[in-house]
Design a protein around this ligand. Structure first.
Ligand code: BG6
Length: 499
């Protein structure tokens, strides 16, 4: 099945932090792919803005190298690369001073405010407010202007509120696009289709029929060269507050009345607000935090977190109380989910790169087949987000052939790669153009971000209050034994990507 390409209106995309890591690895390659697929109108332009005093030509050179490194060879087409680079301009700008803003306004040259204009702030959150302020001072904001920001959106509720306030002074909420790149992943969006475009699942989608839900986002990478950021953040702020809770919301929310951005975001918000608080008394039973120790990575021996940290900081011994792994048992206190736990876990340097959502159904109420048939295994729906995106529904059938009734477990299996032609687009490709379309469905609203912090903050405070032990796990494993105990105490097991 070929994919349909929907054109968008002419626009200007201005990327602040244009020489940074995100622009190089993700944004420029994503925009290039949209070019290659013929989705960009002739009149659209991209402007990189950063502190370095580069010429337009030099920035085009930077972008060209980024494409060479981060776009697969088979997708690199000289004509498309040239067309893409021709659209690129550059403006040297120190966003903390007044210099350069008038030049930027001149470059964008749209006195009647007809063009869609998106400012992507690929810079630290401390600059979101100051940049928004200067954009307004220099008359660069009108009704067709949008602002794109990305995590860290605060490090707790208070700082998230401050950030939202700072941006909200200059932009309306309908102009602010807060990226959680997990929402741009195909399989994550597919969760919406699966739940709400099929009759099959929704009647069973509740505590009466679902025993529990597991959400795992496991990575094999360590902190790489991001230790300075990561050590202040850790798995809870880096992954759980955003990606994992967003996934939980999509699994748990009530059917929205429409596909409208706010209809969906209203329902997600209700889920976040229904999460049962975890406090000093319950934190030990419901959470595990841990740090990786030396062990094995996909390419051989790897160091532990503290050694990685010391190397990155160029110092000898490092100490850190930052968790690189978190497992949680979350409860949603509402009619639909009362009694059905959601087990979440995420970590660096785990046994495999694997993100999946497991919906574990309850056992059949009565086993009518004799002992020789074998015990029916409860149904399980596994949504594999990455790698090898797939939807797999495990069911019981009769093992074919003579010999009486023997039950067998098989999967109704839909692999995206086998079913659909062509490459799977990266999450940013979808999200960057949704900004231009003005479609906020896959972006987090202010109240969602704040509600997520409201649940996370007390857990992190409780860790400190009760001095919850920092467990360790060997790199290349599925986390510490305490995380296994967290679920096994309840008579359940982690899926570990095997089915
Ligand atoms: C980012 C985190 O948001 O998501 C990283 O900051 C993490 O630490 C990354 O590695 C994972 O994203 P993906 O798309 O590779 O699963």
């Amino acid at each position: 099945m070929a994919r349909q390409i929907i054109p968008v209106d002419p626009f200007d995309y201005i990327i602040f932090g244009a020489t940074g890591d995100l622009a190089e690895r993700k944004l420029l390659p994503a925009l290039y792919h949209r070019e290659k697929d013929g989705q960009l109108p002739d009149e659209c332009r991209f402007v990189g803005a950063a502190r370095s005093k580069l010429s337009r030509k030099a920035y085009q050179g930077f972008a060209k190298s980024a494409l060479e490194e981060f776009v697969e060879e088979e997708d690199r087409d000289d004509t498309c690369i040239k067309r893409f680079l021709d659209r690129l301009d550059y403006m040297p700008l120190d966003v903390t001073t007044d210099d350069g803003w008038d030049d930027l306004a001149k470059m964008l040259n749209d006195p009647e405010g007809k063009r869609i204009r998106a400012f992507y702030l690929a810079v630290g959150p401390g600059l979101f407010g100051p940049i928004s302020e200067r954009l307004e001072q220099h008359d660069l904001i009108n009704d067709r202007t949008r602002l794109v920001i990305e995590k860290p959106l605060g490090r707790d509720l208070e700082s998230a509120r401050e950030l939202n306030e700072a941006v909200g002074e200059h932009f309306g909420e309908d102009q602010v696009f807060r990226i959680d790149h997990y929402l741009g992943k195909e399989t994550v969006q597919n969760l919406l289709a699966l739940r709400f475009a099929n009759h099959l699942f929704e009647p069973l989608w509740n505590a009466q029929h679902i025993d529990h839900v597991q959400i795992t986002v496991a990575e094999t990478v360590g902190v790489e060269d991001r230790a300075a950021y990561y050590d202040k953040s850790g798995a809870m702020r880096d992954m759980v507050q955003n990606h994992l809770l967003q996934l939980l919301c999509l699994v748990a929310m009530e059917p929205p009345a429409s596909g409208d951005a706010d209809a969906i975001r209203d329902e997600k918000l209700k889920v976040l607000r229904s999460l049962k608080p975890i406090d000093d008394k319950t934190v030990e039973d419901n959470t595990v935090r841990a740090q990786y120790a030396a062990g094995a990575g996909p390419n051989g021996k790897v160091d532990g977190y503290l050694e990685d940290l010391a190397r990155d900081a160029d110092e000898g011994e490092a100490f850190s109380s930052t968790a690189t792994f978190v497992a949680l048992k979350a409860q949603i206190d509402n009619w639909r989910w009362a009694g059905t736990p959601f087990y979440l876990r995420t970590g660096k340097r785990m046994a495999a790169r694997m993100s999946e959502i497991v919906i574990q159904f309850k056992p059949v109420p009565h086993a009518m087949f004799g002992e020789e048939a074998g015990k029916p295994v409860s149904n399980k729906l596994v949504l594999r987000l990455q790698p090898d995106e797939s939807v797999r529904q495990w069911i019981m059938i009769k093992d074919p052939g003579p010999g009486g009734m023997r039950l067998k477990r098989v999967a109704l299996d839909m692999s995206f790669a086998e079913t659909f032609d062509g490459r799977a687009p990266d999450a940013y490709e979808r999200l960057l153009l949704d900004v231009i379309r003005g479609n906020q469905t896959l972006f987090m609203r202010r109240d969602e971000v704040e509600a997520a912090w409201e649940w996370i903050d007390p857990i992190m405070a409780a860790w400190d209050d009760i001095n919850q032990p920092m467990r360790t796990y060997t790199a290349g494993t599925w986390g510490p034994s305490q995380a296994i105990a967290l679920i096994e105490r309840d008579g359940r097991t982690w899926n570990d990507g095997d089915a």
